[in-house]
Write a protein that binds this ligand. Structure first.
Ligand code: UDP
Length: 338
């Protein structure tokens, strides 16, 4: 019996595949490689000694998906495959709604055809919107995200909840990620953004490796201790392990589970930059720039529920995240292209 991992060649997907393989699980990856490299499959094999089955296809392509379900003995799915650039989603909302919604709809339709009713969904803390106070708790009402990307996460969660209402034989886990950073400690897999990174840690890493001159820190006049925004950073390996736990939970009761995957601790932009410099010994020049539109000053998780119900908590520190990011970036200055 295999676990289908859509988007399994991507950043979080590949780390989750490694954790699953290390536990002896069978994995089938599907990925259209629109934002990932086929080299990831080799790297996963290098780390684990096992090569997952891999199909290059678009999750929206129902016929191609059916072929995979016919060939493989799929028992559950972890659905990562989606577009994720917040800024791009504001520019191209149609593309984001189409890709992210048609993707999940195609997947659940084909799962239903093959009577596979266990799914873990890659959601985001952005579903809490801008009105809920931090720390975010799972029982807060879903808010109004400021980007089409965030809206697709709200809508996908709702689609899955409705599917459960219609058929209680589904077992569903909605995982709301905070800010995943870091890389596998081998330095063989990591985050490889295309073009100019939108997120803070990949930008820091590219400045450190000399690909960019300096970091822009977007605002130092927020109402926080040092004036820069506070986020809840989580090591991608901790995040990957959260998926394994969430998947295991689906075998207990058939329900819709919702979990925050975060550390429960806030770290400011300046703290992250300073820790990176301290841990790596590499300079990261920065300039203070105007605030970025849509940024919330502070958000972090209440991570109690995942601990209580999944026995999952983050184990890795901000120092680990910085060290592992640098290990990946310095060994792969051009990501998977190098
Ligand atoms: N940030 C920054 N410079 C950058 C990228 C991000 O100062 O080049 C800041 C951003 O304004 C936010 C924090 O870093 O306060 C985290 O941003 P990211 O995009 O990584 O995550 P998100 O804001 O989506 O939580």
């Amino acid at each position: 019996m295999s676990i289908l991992v859509t988007g399994g060649a991507g950043y979080i997907g590949s780390h989750t595949v490694v954790e699953l393989l290390e536990l002896g699980k069978e994995v089938v990856i599907i990925d259209d490689l629109s934002n990932a490299s086929s080299k990831v499959i080799d790297r996963i094999e290098n780390i684990t000694g096992k090569r997952p089955a891999f199909y290059q296809l678009d999750v929206k392509d129902k016929n191609a998906l059916r072929t995979v379900f016919e060939k493989e003995d799929i028992e559950s799915a972890i659905h990562f495959a989606a577009f994720k650039a917040v800024g791009e989603s504001v520019q191209k909302p149609g593309l984001y709604y189409e890709n992210n919604l048609m993707g999940i709809l195609a997947l659940v339709e084909v799962m239903l055809e093959f009577d596979v009713k266990k799914i873990v969904f890659s959601s985001s803390a952005t579903v809490y919107g801008s009105f809920n106070p931090s720390p975010y708790k799972e029982d807060m009402p879903v808010g109004v995200p400021t980007s089409p990307y965030g809206q697709t996460k709200v809508m996908c969660e709702q689609i899955l909840r409705d599917i459960y209402v219609a058929d209680n034989n589904w077992s569903i886990s909605l995982l709301r990620y905070f800010n995943p950073i870091g890389a596998h400690e081998s330095g063989l897999i990591g985050e490889d953004p295309s073009g100019i990174p939108n997120n803070l840690m990949p930008f820091i890493a590219q400045v450190a490796v000399g690909k960019r001159e300096f970091l822009n820190i977007f605002g130092d006049d927020y109402d926080t201790e040092d004036g820069t925004c506070v986020r809840d950073y989580i090591h991608v390996v901790d995040l990957a392990r959260g998926h394994v736990k969430a998947l295991g939970k689906l075998d207990q009761d058939k329900q819709v589970y919702t979990y925050n995957l975060g550390s429960g601790k806030g770290t400011s932009v300046l703290e992250l930059v300073n820790t990176f410099v301290q841990v790596t010994g590499v300079e990261v020049p920065y300039k203070i720039a105007p605030r970025r539109a849509g940024d919330l000053p502070v958000f972090y998780a209440n991570a109690d529920k995942a601990l209580a119900e999944l026995n999952w908590t983050t184990e890795k520190s901000i120092e680990d995240m910085c060290r592992d990011t640098w290990n990946w970036q310095s060994k792969n200055p051009n990501g998977y292209q190098g």
